[in-house]
Ligand binder design. Structure first.
Ligand code: ACO
Length: 380
């Protein structure tokens, strides 16, 4: 009997030095550092540097990354034109996927020989920084376009999360909000061989280019079983309305055998290690905006669902309401996840390129036995 691992459950596909998930101890390490410590102490740009290069940056390295990132923040006119050609009601994840494709075509133009598509390691580090730099403008542009608002130019005096907020809302962001977004970006940045990262690695393993790998990863992240869950969580809260309705809503949802978005995880079975840090960020936002009913609803649903099913919330659960409080539209939540995870994806693409083997599993054939097309006669 062939040992089939549907969904690749429990399969160790390769080594990685980027992050370690330990479900037994409920811990997640980026290059050895606990993610909670990074979220509490580091600017997101330093976390990006850590993921790409293996060490936290010194002052000069952080300044160099920030300068490079700031130099590539503005949205190129050709990218804007392609986004504008999409219906205003297009999902921003589709816009983003298209925009990254356009960035890739521009960045790799002139590479006519497919054997050179993969680029050099130096080129790929630079491409990673450029993509990272482009994301806030893309996220912000998407939300403003849907709202019929003109884009806001980036500000060189603001760090990555603050600039993202500035470009989206056109207002000086409050420190509490910047801090919550910084934590959330760090928590979302990396998570070993999750579905989108694995997709990126599969594409990179064919020696395709970094942009193609990121485009594929965006497609994988969009699904509600993965990154799309942070958007889906908000629909759950909207459906329930307020804490008093949690019980009856849950009775009905469970009777219909619905999956409750924002709960459960393939790897963590006793709670997602990133959730407590994000919950603290959500609490700070609840306090800042004076919205205790948001905390009441999230806490009630969590308590009741864990009581009934013993399934714990994942990072998307507190992230959805946190992004909503910040003022992001629900459809913008997963693009924010992209702005964070692009660092992890590109770190994995660089790692895959550094020690490549084509990723090509086998399958067990269960279709019809060999048969022949009616009337077919082989040539003599
Ligand atoms: N709601 C209700 N039941 C659930 C949930 C849930 N959210 N999650 C798991 N279960 C149940 C399943 O119905 C199944 O029950 P059964 O054995 O009686 O059939 C059992 O728990 C195992 O669930 P699977 O889906 O088989 O577990 P798997 O490891 O494949 O799934 C997944 C993990 C996809 C994340 C799942 O928990 C889920 O669909 N959650 C909701 C979507 C979500 O929040 N995704 C975000 C993932 S984290 C991230 O991307 C940051």
């Amino acid at each position: 009997m062939t040992d089939i691992r549907k969904g690749l459950v429990g399969v160790v596909a390769d080594e990685t030095a980027i992050s370690k998930v330990n479900p037994e101890t409920n811990s997640l390490l980026y290059r050895g550092y606990p993610v909670q410590q990074l979220a509490d102490t580091q600017p997101f740009e330093a976390v990006a540097h850590l993921l790409w290069h293996g060490e936290l940056p010194d002052d000069a390295e952080l300044a160099a990354l920030r300068a490079a990132e700031r130099a590539h923040r503005a949205l190129a006119p050709e990218v804007r034109a392609v986004i504008d050609a999409q219906p205003v009601s297009a999902h921003p994840m589709d816009e983003l996927r298209t925009a990254v494709s356009v960035l890739g075509a521009a960045a790799t133009a002139g590479t006519d020989n497919v054997l050179e598509a993969v680029g050099t390691p130096e080129q790929n580090v630079e491409r990673s920084v450029r993509l990272f730099a482009a994301l806030p403008a893309l996220v912000a542009y998407g939300q403003r376009r849907r709202r019929g608002l003109e884009p806001v130019e980036p500000r060189d005096d603001l760090d990555y999360p603050a600039n993202l907020l500035w470009m989206t809302f056109g207002e000086e962001p409050h420190g509490t909000v910047v801090d919550a977004l910084n934590r959330s970006l760090t928590l979302y940045a990396e998570h070993s061989f999750n579905a989108s990262t694995f997709t990126a690695r599969v594409i990179a393993s064919t020696l395709s280019d970094l942009y193609s790998a990121v485009v594929g990863a965006i497609g994988a992240l969009k699904g509600p079983l993965h990154g799309g869950a942070n958007e889906a969580v908000m629909h759950v809260f909207d459906e329930i309305g307020d804490a008093s309705r949690v019980g009856p809503w849950l009775d009905e949802a469970l009777a219909e055998k619905r999956k409750i978005m924002g709960f459960g995880h393939r790897v963590y079975k006793r709670g997602d290690s990133r959730v407590p840090t994000m919950k603290r960020a959500l609490d700070a936002l609840v306090e800042h905006y004076g919205r205790p009913e948001v905390a009441e609803l999230t806490e009630t649903l969590e308590r009741e669902f864990v009581d009934r099913k013993g399934i714990y919330p994942n990072l998307d659960y507190p992230s959805g309401p946190a992004y909503s409080l910040m003022g992001f539209d629900t459809v913008t939540f997963t693009p924010l996840f992209v702005a964070a995870r692009v660092t992890g994806w590109t770190a994995h693409i660089l790692e895959q390129q550094g020690s490549n083997a084509l990723i090509r599993p086998l399958s067990e054939y269960v279709g019809p036995e060999e048969r022949h097309v009616p009337g077919y006669t082989p040539d003599e």
